[in-house]
Design a protein around this ligand. Structure first.
Ligand code: PEP
Ligand code: MN
Length: 341
């Protein structure tokens, strides 16, 4: 249920509604908008309805949240977008973020030279995996702790916030020491214990859509993080599996406007894993920006031919500044401004 408070509702009236919602064992999620306060009451529907909150002092109306996801629903914020702020860079609500860097951290030289190019080109954050979800257990699995150490050094050198993947709750503490944004990979989108643990950590999250997940399943996964009180969730469309074999995956560009209708959370697009090919990364990025995405996460490498993984889809570091310029221009057309320091 959603309790929409009157514009003139006092803090005492809001607190009293919260108390009543909590008195039946439900969770009260208070969302203060520019004009209105909305209280999401999440719990047993019947017990909440029995509170008869309609007509209570300060309450304008009580509306059911019709979707199975509640906290992720755009309804709960009355159509206002959530802006996720990461170390001064904003994502959502007109702020566009470019997260860029190698697929995986390979070496000090590789990471630092790529990071410098990302910074110089106007990137907002540095991406790079220390723990990699690989299809084959015989492929390089990432540098692990050493990769995290190098990411920390790159952050100190460039000032760029770090986006890195967490695959296992046992690595959470180490990852929290470095990550400004924790990436949940496509293959872990429905790893609910991982999602809940990240939710409890309170750190910003980039939640990637599963290879064959529906948008509703993606939003239900986001709900697991939000339910723990972590509102810094970004959704990421990274290409889905279809009958098409010409490209690695199929970028579902429609996911951008649809997710933005269904949810208040920022939507980021990963053109690199969708395409699997460098020549498609720019056109897909332009399409994402034009469709209203709040950001892009893109693979960049200082020497793609020598990359240990995902070299064919990496934008060469030397081309990054030009890439940013073009994406930025299209983002501006739909009213989004690049957020970089
Ligand atoms: C990645 O970002 O490097 C990655 C492995 O992505 P995904 O989980 O989308 O495959
Ligand atoms: Mn990759």
């Amino acid at each position: 249920m959603m309790i929409v408070m009157k514009e003139e509702a006092t803090p005492e009236q809001i607190a009293s509604v919260v108390k009543r919602v909590e008195s039946v064992g439900a969770h009260a999620h208070v969302s203060e908008g520019d004009v209105l306060t909305v209280i999401g009451a999440i719990g047993d529907r019947e017990r909440i309805a029995n509170l008869d909150l309609d007509g209570t002092a300060g309450v304008d109306r009580v509306v059911p949240i019709t979707k199975p996801y509640k906290l992720a629903s755009s309804q709960i914020r009355h159509g206002e977008p959530t802006i996720v702020e990461v170390d001064g860079r904003k994502v959502g609500g007109g702020h566009f973020s470019l997260m860029a860097g190698p697929c995986t951290v390979e070496s000090r030289h590789q990471l630092l030279s790529t990071a410098e190019a990302v910074k110089a080109g106007g990137g907002s954050m540095l991406r790079g995996g220390a723990y990699k979800p690989r299809t084959s257990p015989y492929s390089f699995q990432g540098l692990g702790d050493e990769g995290l150490r190098l990411l920390k050094e790159a952050k100190e050198e460039t000032g760029l916030p770090i986006v890195t993947e967490l695959m296992d709750t046992r690595d959470l503490d180490q990852v929290l020491e470095v990550a400004d944004v924790i990436q949940v990979g496509a293959r872990n989108m429905q790893n609910y214990s991982l999602l809940a643990e990240i939710g409890r950590s309170g750190r910003a999250v980039l939640l990637k859509r599963g290879l064959s997940a529906t948008l509703e399943e993606l939003l239900m996964a986001a709900e697991y993080i939000l339910k723990e009180g972590n509102e810094k969730v970004m959704l990421c469309e990274r290409g889905i599996r279809t009958f098409e074999t010409a490209t690695r995956f199929t970028l579902d560009i429609m996911a951008v406007p649809v997710l933005k209708q269904l949810s208040h959370l920022p939507v980021v697009v990963d053109p690199s894993h969708a395409a699997g090919r460098r020549d498609l990364v720019l056109p897909l990025s332009l399409a994402a920006a034009a469709a209203g995405a709040d950001g892009i996460i893109v693979e960049v490498h200082h020497d793609p031919d020598a990359a240990i993984c995902d070299g064919p889809q990496a934008v060469p570091a030397d081309d990054f500044a030009h890439y940013v310029e073009q994406v930025q221009r299209v983002a501006a057309v739909v009213g989004n401004e690049l957020s970089a320091l």
